[in-house]
Design a protein around this ligand. Structure first.
Ligand code: SF4
Length: 85
């Protein structure tokens, strides 16, 4: 599985009809809530501040840049975007 950091590669990937999936490692998450602040369309937090992916982690094409943003801004490296490529 690969995460395409640069937009051009992600666009080519999406054109092939591939679905990106957001995965949050609950063991790494420390509840900073940065991800929720940046992309409430993709993640939510529970009563303890632990983040979890919405919509089974599916990332709509129009939110792929936001998914990349929260991957880059998680200080615990707890967020990944995976594909079935
Ligand atoms: S930014 Fe990272 S560590 Fe913070 S709540 Fe989100 S997933 Fe957890």
């Amino acid at each position: 599985m690969k995460y395409h950091r640069d937009r051009e590669r992600r666009n080519r990937f999406a054109e092939k009809g591939n679905q990106l999936k957001l995965v949050i490692d609950s063991d790494l998450c420390q509840g900073h809530n940065r991800c929720y602040a940046l992309a409430p369309e993709l993640v939510d937090v529970d009563d303890y501040g632990q983040a979890f992916a919405l919509n089974d982690g599916e990332v709509p094409a129009e939110l792929e840049d936001k998914a990349a943003l929260i991957v880059d801004n998680c200080p615990e490296f707890a967020i990944k975007v995976e594909s079935g490529e």
